[in-house]
Design a protein around this ligand. Structure first.
Ligand code: TMP
Length: 209
């Protein structure tokens, strides 16, 4: 008998939106309900993809070509999908992933200004028809987010970008969400944590069979 495919949920947002805290909340929610799940992240999630993550996040003298950056992100994703995400979903497990392709549309598309059609082509090549069942988008004014993020240690290559970059990232995320409202939940992350998590709980409950 074939198992029903697990739910594929991604958590997205700019810097300092509270991804780590809310990810922990989602993990606790899944655990409390006895749902079999895999927690993972992008870029990363396998040894090779984690090495690509290090290369992507490292600050370096050489300026990084946006297309090279895009290819590295999708190289990591192809590996992650075949080794972790697809096997988990196909065995009926839920997958909760800290960032996925919406981050590519936001950072490489919005932030770096790369052509969305190019991203869409790579998305189709690497993922086929696989898309997250639900994208939980933590939305916050980047000025507030960057202030929060600054308190959590040394900035990586992305975190070192200017404010304008993060406004573009936010706008691209919101534009994606407005194109397919049923698959996205925009969560106003400027509210008190309790309210943010109440909405997360409702979104998760709506996914239960
Ligand atoms: P984070 O997971 O700690 O937020 O760091 C990952 C960084 O990688 C973050 O700054 C966003 C960036 N990123 C991209 O630029 N494109 C992508 O497709 C993904 C998944 C992440």
């Amino acid at each position: 008998m074939e198992l029903p495919r697990g739910m594929f949920i991604t958590l997205e947002g700019g810097e300092g939106v509270g991804k780590s805290t809310n990810l922990k909340f989602l993990i606790d929610w899944l655990t409390d309900r006895g749902i079999d799940f895999v927690q993972t992240r992008e870029p990363g999630g396998t040894p090779l993809a984690e090495q690509l993550r290090e290369l992507l996040l490292q600050k370096r003298e050489e300026s990084v070509d946006p297309t090279a950056e895009l290819m590295m992100v999708f190289a990591a994703r192809a590996q992650h999908l075949s080794q972790v995400i697809l096997p988990a979903l196909n065995s009926g497990k839920w997958v909760i992933c800290d960032r996925f392709t919406d981050a590519t549309y936001a950072y490489q598309g919005g932030g770096r200004g790369l052509d969305r059609n190019l991203i869409a082509q790579l998305e189709q090549t690497v993922q086929g028809d696989l898309r997250p069942d639900k994208v939980l988008l933590l939305d916050l004014d980047p000025e507030v987010g960057l202030e929060r993020a600054a308190a959590t240690g040394e900035a990586d290559r992305f975190e070192s970008e200017q404010l304008e970059f993060f406004h573009k990232v936010r706008n691209a995320y919101r534009a994606r969400a407005s194109e397919a409202p049923a698959r996205y939940a925009i969560i106003d992350a400027s509210r008190p944590l309790q309210q943010v998590q109440q909405q997360l709980r409702e979104e998760m409950e709506a996914l239960l069979p």
